[in-house]
Each structure stands twice: as C-alpha cells, then as structure tokens.
Design a protein around this ligand. Sequence first.
Ligand SMILES: O=C(CO)COP(=O)(O)O
Ligand SMILES: [Zn+2]
Length: 210
Amino acid sequence: MNEHDTRQAMVELGLSLFNRGYATGGSGNLSARLDDGRIIATPTNSCLGRLQAERLSLVDEEGRHLQGDKPTKELSFHLSLYQNDPGKRAVVHLHCTYLTALSCLEGLDSSNVIRPFTPYYVMRVGQLPLIPYYHPGDERIARDLGEQARNYNAFLLANHGPVVTGRDLYHAVDNMEELEETARLALLLSQQQVRYLSEQEVLELSRRKV
Ligand SMILES: O=C(CO)COP(=O)(O)O
Ligand SMILES: [Zn+2]
C-alpha cells in the first residue's frame, strides 16, 4: 500500500473500530510501515473515530518526527516491533473491553494467556504472551516486545490491553478483532467445562495461518 492509501486505510479502520466499540475516547493507537521504512502513526491523544489523513504522524525508522501531529506516546513499542521483525507491517493497540478485562486477572499463564479452544484463534494469533505491567509509554514495553517480536504476532500488556500486528493494517485489525472475540468467549466460558483443542489439533491449525 502506498502512503496515500495507508493514510486512508488508517482513518477508515479507526472509525470502524470506534463505531463498533473496540476503541473508545482517546485510547489506543495504530501504525503502519511504508515500503521505504517510514512509519505512519496515529497522533497522541487522538480519538480513533476522528482521525484526519493529513494530520497523521509521519516518522522515520528511528522515530524522528517528519510530518503531521506529534505521534503516539507508544511509538517506541511500535518501532521496536518493526525493527525486530521485518514481516510486521502494521501494529494495532487498543483498550478493548474483553482483552483488557482479561489483562487484569491474577494467575494468568504468562506464556500464553488464552489456551486455544477455537480454530481461528490459532490460525490468526497462535499464542498470546503476557507482558508485565508498565505505565503507558514506558520504554520497557518496547524492550520486552522487541525481544519477543519474532516469535509472536500478538501480546497482552498486563492491566492495560492488547498489541496485535499484521502484514498490513487490514490484516492487523482483523487479527485484533478475532482476538477480542476470543477473549469474550473465554470470559463467557470461564465457569463452564470447555473442551480445549488438543496439542495435535493446535499443531495442525498452526500450519493453516491466515
Ligand atoms: O493507548 C494509549 C496509551 O497506551 C494512548 O496513547 P496515545 O494517545 O499517546 O496513543
Ligand atoms: Zn494503551
């Protein structure tokens, strides 16, 4: 996608996420890496439902501000994901209700917060590691995500919310929506006897990534 189309996609997807309640108020941020390595990111304190294409922040690979409004305070973790895994071309961070609820629970399995029970969770996300709590904008989020970037395409920030990546913005948003619905189901089923997918079933699904 060229710069113009990326800007349009960011505005369109931000509005769509906002209109369907995945993003509220001024929380969350989006970014996408262009072919030349520059990055378009949502400005800090912006409402994802009211983004303007020409005001989106443009930064270089090192995060130097080139154009537009001041970028998100989470720019460092977006950059760290791109720098550590060239396959990642878009990053979506939200405070969506069910994943954020999950991120506040005690006793989570930090290697994989959601044990697989539906195919698309495995096919789109696979595993969801938990990142310890740090305040929003803390450089340690960037450090931890960078260390694990190659191995995962989604992360859950403890007491905060999810970070999901993709090969473009549409892919990252679709992955995020699948993950949020999976968290909703996990909480809905928390008092029920769930038949989890077997190791063999998970292995077979992980070869069918979408
Ligand atoms: O979600 C957020 C912080 O974690 C929102 O921050 P920004 O408004 O700076 O993007
Ligand atoms: Zn946040």
